[in-house]
Design a protein around this ligand. Structure first.
Ligand code: ADP
Ligand code: MG
Length: 682
């Protein structure tokens, strides 16, 4: 905004401040630009905060008017905080003290200037003009109250509001053609942000509970040590008691013997003067004392024994209670892990089941029959007519591999949390399917980028151990070849056991590093080459299917997840009549067309909710069954050539993609299994 505009705005602001403030002496003149500004009242004692950084975000003016805000109770500690913003992570927030315009009305009764509530403020010319400016620049922002609130915060500077919203929400607010949708996208974005913050809270709760569990563990082990020590002590005391009892018995016997041999007291014995009188070893008084002491000792032993037994029973109870509490914590943790996963994946489930993306191949000379109308709409020009198609996303010719990968990323990464996902590339030969799925060495496609990203994600997850395995299949003439086998044998078969579809004998290779991926791809190239020379064929005459299984184990809860990602580069349909194919080529072309026809039949049956879906009509559809049976997320790339000479094929492909968008497969589920052999599962 230029300086002229800002001066004009300042004058309006001055009017709003009104006479009462000037009279009360609470209005100060900004020496730098001569503007009136409302004086700020500090909320802490002077000197507690620097004037630039800390105070509060609501500007007050004079003390004579009752602007009632709760911020007066705000302490220094409450100024700084943090918030989680999707796409930005956790960011720091702070309350800043800044000069701001305040809109007030003159209350005739009291003669005071009173803050005008938002509801009315948005209707005054000064504000409504600015609201219009913001809405003009950001058609996606439609809530006028929200804009008014933002204007208040930005000192009624519409440029500032626009820049704040763009920084926070990005260019989703630019799209003028889909105001309602953008609005709902914004709300969705906000609701996701709220969920993210709930997840963050849950994560913090978990951390606290984990710490508590650890303390409990520590206490338990201390108690166990104590119990061991006490039981040793009891054993020792028991032994001592037995010894004392034996001693007591011995003493009693001695006393009895002495009493028996004692001479009668009435007639003292007359002894010959020559024989010396034997001296008794202990007198009677001493013996009674010993007897009494022994009895007391025995009694206190009994008491001690009962005290020890009682203490042991108490310790046992405490240990049992602690173990119970620990199990409860484990259960809570497990539930929270599941809840977090559900929250994380809600955006994925909102999308319905088949997403269709359209990608244009780069034009290699000639005229283009394709145009994009928006990032979801494309136009096909054919013999003077134009047809429009809508997809979940349209990628024009200049789209990079990275951009395409980013579009499919949410689907791809969901296999880490236990979803089954599948990506198919469909289109005429030469339309860019292999380029999209496999790409080149310098510009790798979806498959390499997906494995890389999943490896990276799996490494960075706390408390989780992952195992990633890949397999690669080629479907040629409706037979399956293992592309990762060191010694490829004959074709493999598909096996169905209940809902599980498998290929016995198929090689699965564990991938841990980027080198493992490259080695696997080398092996695939080698096996494809051998196959093609042996059978006189080339890669575009077979379907290629890469499957990546991601098994995760949560080391704390013991839950395991099992997700799979299948990426399939389909062979293009063949024009048998045009190419006048003969012999082997004719067989190949017919096999490809047959399998693609069965794929179309499967989609048609799914679209019409037919009771029977003919998955078993081809190996291709049989293998894809788990991904098309309502329990997986499926995403199809329709690849098209923009060349006018291919317009008929392009229209066929687009129609195929358009039909796919009408299919709803139902809600997908995560594959999470309970912990194995843990006490809590009993
Ligand atoms: P398909 O697998 O559908 O038969 P390819 O992926 O093999 O087609 O593409 C045919 C040719 O066009 C290849 O040389 C490929 O590198 C090139 N190509 C396809 N799409 C693009 C693109 N978006 N950008 C650059 N080159 C492309
Ligand atoms: Mg190809």
């Amino acid at each position: 905004m230029g300086s002229g505009a800002s001066m004009r705005e300042v004058k309006n602001g001055d009017n709003l401040l009104g006479q009462a403030e000037r009279d009360s002496g609470d209005v100060s003149v900004n020496a730098a630009d001569g503007r009136y500004g409302s004086r700020l009242r500090p909320f802490t004692s002077p000197g507690t905060a620097s004037s630039q950084s800390a105070a509060k975000c609501v500007v007050m003016d004079n003390s004579s008017q009752q602007e009632v805000t709760s911020e007066q109770a705000v302490t220094e500690d409450d100024w700084a905080s943090g918030i989680y913003i999707q796409g930005k992570g956790t960011v720091m927030t702070n309350m800043f003290e800044e000069k701001a315009k305040v809109c007030k009305y003159l209350d005739a009764e009291s003669g005071l200037w009173v803050l005008l509530p938002l509801q009315w403020e948005m209707n005054i010319d000064f504000v409504s003009e600015r609201i219009k400016q913001v809405m003009g620049a950001l058609p996606g922002l439609v809530d006028q109250k929200e804009i008014t609130a933002a204007l208040r915060q930005c000192n009624y500077d519409p440029d500032k509001v626009i820049s704040v919203y763009l920084t926070t929400f990005g260019d989703v607010l630019f799209r003028p053609s889909a105001v309602e949708q953008n609005h709902s996208e914004l709300n969705l974005f906000r609701s996701h942000s709220e969920k993210d913050s709930v997840i963050e809270d849950l994560r913090q709760n978990l951390q606290t509970e984990e710490k508590e569990a650890e303390n409990q563990f520590q206490r338990n082990s201390n108690l166990a040590h104590e119990a061991l020590y006490l039981s040793d002590m009891v054993q020792h005391l028991n032994q001592r008691v037995a010894e004392l009892e034996a001693e007591q018995q011995d003493n009693l016997e001695k006393i009895t013997a002495l009493l028996n041999h004692r001479p009668p007291l009435s007639t003292p014995p007359t002894r010959p003067a020559s024989t010396p009188t034997p001296k008794p070893t202990m007198d009677l008084r001493q013996l009674h004392q010993v007897s009494r002491l022994t009895r007391e000792l025995s009694c206190s032993n009994k008491q001690l024994r009962s005290v020890v037994h009682q203490t042991l029973a108490d310790i046992q109870n405490q240990v049992e209670e602690a173990v119970g509490a620990l199990e409860e914590l484990r259960c809570l943790y497990r539930m929270e892990v599941l809840e977090r996963r559900a929250l994380n994946n809600e955006p994925l489930e909102l999308h319905g089941n088949i997403q269709v993306f359209c990608r244009f191949r780069r034009l290699s000379g000639g005229l283009s029959c394709l145009d994009t109308a928006s990032d979801q709409e494309l136009l096909v020009h054919n013999k003077g007519t134009t047809k429009k198609f809508t997809f979940d996303k349209v990628y024009p010719s200049n789209t990079t591999q990275e951009e395409v990968f980013e579009g499919a990323l949410p689907i791809i990464t969901s296999c880490v949390v236990g979803y089954k996902v599948c990506i198919l590339a469909y289109g005429q030969t030469g339309s860019g399917k292999t380029y999209t799925i496999t790409g080149t060495k310098d510009e790798p496609g979806l498959n390499i980028r997906s494995i890389r990203e999943l490896l990276r994600m799996c490494k960075g997850k706390e408390n989780m151990a992952y195992n990633l395995k890949i397999s690669m299949l080629e479907i040629y003439n409706d037979s399956l070849n293992d592309l990762l086998s060191v010694n490829p044998t004959g074709p493999l078969e598909v096996r169905t056991q209940g809902k599980v579809i498998s290929v016995p004998g198929l090689t699965h290779i564990e991938v841990r590093t980027e080198d493992d991926i490259l080695n696997a791809m080398e092996m695939v190239d080698k096996n494809r080459k051998i196959g093609s020379t042996k059978m006189n064929r080339e890669s575009s005459r077979s379907h290629l299917m890469l499957t990546l299984s991601v098994e995760g184990t949560d080391s704390v809860s013991g839950l395991t997840s099992c997700g799979t990602l299948t990426v399939c580069d389909l062979a293009g349909p063949k024009h048998i009549s045009k190419t006048e194919a003969k012999g082997q080529s004719l067989v190949e072309a017919a096999a490809i067309n047959r399998s693609l026809t069965s794929l179309r039949q499967v989609f048609t049956a799914l679209k019409s909710n037919a009771p029977h879906v003919p998955f078993r009509n081809s190996k291709l559809t049989h293998l894809l069954q788990p991904y098309l049976s309502g329990d997986a997320q499926c995403c199809v790339f329709v690849n098209v050539s923009p060349d006018v000479n291919h317009v008929v094929d392009t229209l066929n492909t687009l129609q195929f993609g358009y039909n796919l968008r009408q299919i709803a497969l139902g809600k997908i589920t995560q594959h999470i299994n309970p912990a194995k052999n843990t006490k809590a599962d009993k």
